[in-house]
Write a protein that binds this ligand. Structure first.
Ligand code: EPZ
Length: 421
């Protein structure tokens, strides 16, 4: 397993290009199952999760090819040969469950393995099941697989989700595009990735309104046609790299970044003493002066502070002046980066879903271990500003969500290299 060696090397200056959003691409790709005509995605990120989704769609009979070094994904689901998403693929990536809604809508049946737990929590699928059952699907759990059928097709319905689940919103919206009649989904998630999915579905002929709000209305149609769609910028990669100049000093411009993607996050950066300026090309970030100030953070569904930036923000606050309280409200176990940061000299007290961070002047490099995707990059950020060398092991977690990390950070002056093993 490869590792990454980071050496604290002072300020960072320059530009970092931000890729297309992993979490948009992972719901846009299954949308190909809704139509017999080709769906092409541009600005796709080059990530291992995308390769996993590609393998899953191909296992269902879809043709998926990547062009331009992976930035273009050309798909066609004209002839599907299976409606089963196997455990060995789904356990690697929970987002595999996003084939459930499209397969039910297109084929009237689907067998999808339950994803099983993952490092950050149990992550059940009850909200997906409730929503699809509201559309008339019959779903039962057998041998770890969800067996879903929609006899006579799906029917539109009014359904309110108990929690604004991102994945459940995506599965229900995709399924409803081909249901008979109108669906009104209440307490829907509002993430930009859902807005991007609806934008693509509309290009395919879907009739949808309200995306980005808590109520999404879908008028079912008989069929969807092909389309070409550009994947939205990755707001989590954006937020992650915004923290690089914040933690190291200097000034970095994040190409493709827009304030609208990171509103709540920028508010917290401002309170911590970080200036963010929107330019024609992206977002320019620099530390206002002196030390970063402590701020309290609570993760919430969009437009609140994103849970996917909590670990990275903690790395920044480890070196802030004062004490910060971070509350993780979305996942039940998303502080595994805390003990690793503690090995670097951070002062973090974790009590259940609350982490209290008392800032120190400077962290010290140490060997640390990545435990999940976003924890891995928070350790890289900490290492950029730490004194001495940090070796982050198990970087396969990193490869799931961050393309060309070493190249992007080297490009702004970081001392970082990948150690093959
Ligand atoms: C999406 O996961 C993202 N993944 C996650 O990003 C992100 O952290 C999460 O949304 C929250 O923003 C993709 O988009 C591929 P949820 P998802 O359904 O859809 C519970 C990353 O780092 N829940 O909004 O799985 C669940 O256990 C990943 O890129 C149920 O209880 O998130 C969690 O506690 C990590 N029942 C909470 O809701 C359900 O049926 C939020 O889950 C579904 C979810």
């Amino acid at each position: 397993m490869d590792s990454i060696l980071v050496t604290g090397n002072g300020e960072l200056n320059g530009q970092i290009p931000i890729a297309g959003a992993k979490n948009a691409c992972l719901t846009l790709m299954p949308a190909t199952l809704l139509s017999e005509e080709p769906l092409t995605l541009t600005n796709a990120p080059r990530l291992s999760d995308i390769k996993t989704m590609t393998a899953l769609l191909q296992s269902l009979g879809a043709e998926v090819s990547t062009l331009q070094d992976g930035q273009v994904i050309a798909m066609s689901s004209h002839d599907l040969t299976s409606h089963t998403a196997d455990y060995d693929i789904v356990r690697k990536m929970r987002a595999s469950n996003l084939v459930l809604g499209p397969m039910l809508a297109r084929l009237g049946q689907a067998i999808v393995s339950l994803p099983g737990g993952c490092a950050i929590g149990a992550r059940p699928m009850d909200l997906h099941i409730e929503g699809l059952e509201a559309l008339g699907a019959e779903i039962e759990l057998k041998d770890g697989y969800l067996h879903a059928v929609a006899r006579g097709g799906l029917k539109g319905a009014v359904h309110e989700m108990r929690f604004a689940s991102v994945g459940a919103t995506e599965n229900i919206v995709m399924a409803a595009t081909l249901a008979k009649g109108t669906t009104v989904l209440k307490n829907a998630a509002r993430e930009p990735e859902i807005v991007d999915l609806v934008d693509c579905l509309r290009k395919m002929g879907a009739q949808i309104a309200g995306e980005g709000t808590s109520t999404i209305e879908i008028q079912g149609v008989d069929r969807l046609h092909g389309a070409t769609h550009q994947v939205v910028t990755d707001r989590i990669e954006l937020g992650t790299y915004m923290l690089a100049p914040a933690i190291c000093g200097g000034e970095v411009e994040l190409l493709g970044g827009r304030l609208s993607l990171v509103g709540a996050f920028v508010e917290k950066l401002d309170a911590a003493g970080i200036d963010v300026e929107e330019t024609a090309k992206g977002l320019k970030v620099r530390r206002r002066n002196g030390r970063v100030q402590a701020v309290d953070v609570t993760t919430e569904p969009f437009p609140g502070f994103p849970t996917d930036l909590q670990a990275q923000m903690m790395a920044l606050l480890c070196t802030a002046e004062g004490t910060s309280v971070l509350e993780e409200k979305i996942f039940e176990n998303r502080f595994m980066h805390a003990p690793e940061l503690t090995r670097m000299g951070a002062h973090i007290d974790v009590q259940g879903g609350t982490a209290t961070v008392t800032g120190v002047e400077r962290l010290k490099g140490a060997p640390v271990m990545a435990t999940d995707l976003r924890a891995s990059v928070s350790l890289i950020l900490a290492g950029l500003a730490a004194e001495g060398e940090t070796v982050v092991s198990r970087v396969y977690h990193l490869d799931r969500g961050y393309e060309h990390v070493v190249r992007k950070l080297e490009g702004v002056g970081a001392k970082i290299e990948r150690i093959k093993s």
